[in-house]
Design a binder for this molecule. Sequence first.
Ligand code: NDP
Length: 280
Amino acid sequence: MIIYGSEIAKEIKNEVAEKISELVRNGLRKPRLAIVLVGEDPASLSYIRGKEKASREVGFDFVLYKEKETVKEEELLKLIDNLNQDETIDGILVQLPLPKHLCEARVISAIDASKDVDGLSLLNSGRLFKGEDGLFPCTALGVMEILRRSKIEVEGRNVIVIGRSKLVGLPLARMLTSANATVTLAHSYTKDLKSLTKLYDIVIVAIGQPKFLKAEDIKEEAVVIDVGINRLDGHLCGDVDFEKVSQKASAITPVPKGVGPMTIACLMQNTLKAYEMRQK
Ligand code: NDP
């Protein structure tokens, strides 16, 4: 089974769009997402275009705040503070990476946790790790949605997540643990990784190494989720050698059209959730 995250993402965006139509029918205002961009990084601009397009498709209001590459940290923190106070803004996202002179941790922590739709603030990280409800990182949520909506059971199964970033691997390992999987979190210091991966029912790779996971590294019928996005010989590819691994796996996500579109779909879900939490 090839699992097209792009199709699941459409399903999620349709669900969000339906809820927004209902809000509008009931005379309520639409959720509003604010994105802050510092500088003109082409990759960041392209990610923001995708987020803006999805926001408009589902019916959110979208505002982009563009700051110069040289913006001072105090100015950026002031902008975030204003957005925190603004009752018409439900979600705030600061596009990463930030220029080197800005402290990412300080900037992200300045976002009010109830509007932190990227789920990266200290409070939301704490809530995730304590098993409480909150706003959590979108790519990790996207992988969980792929598994749930493809009816891939995780409870009681052995799962290996390769990559322990704060954005993907670490929160995903926590979510899988909450869903009662037995989780191994591997990283660049893991010894004999390729013999380990063979033992797992579900292998999730999020490391940024093109075609790292080969067919001989998995057991027959394993489920393989490829989070990686890499450019190789002018084409996009994942962290999995898709052609060969797909012959052996029982289910696998492709790149592109796999986990990538789910990240934006879950950002839409998070923004709606932030709106609903604030209405309550
Ligand atoms: P980071 O660079 O922040 O983290 C990479 C992680 O992989 C680290 O934990 C690192 O280990 C580990 N790692 C690197 N090389 C190896 C190796 N050879 N063996 C084992 N572990 C290794 O990356 P991100 O988590 O941000 O992103 C990972 C990939 O996912 C990238 O390709 C990125 O483009 C993609 N991505 C995709 C998204 C999507 O929407 N589909 C969203 C976000 C990311 P250590 O901690 O020891 O250094």
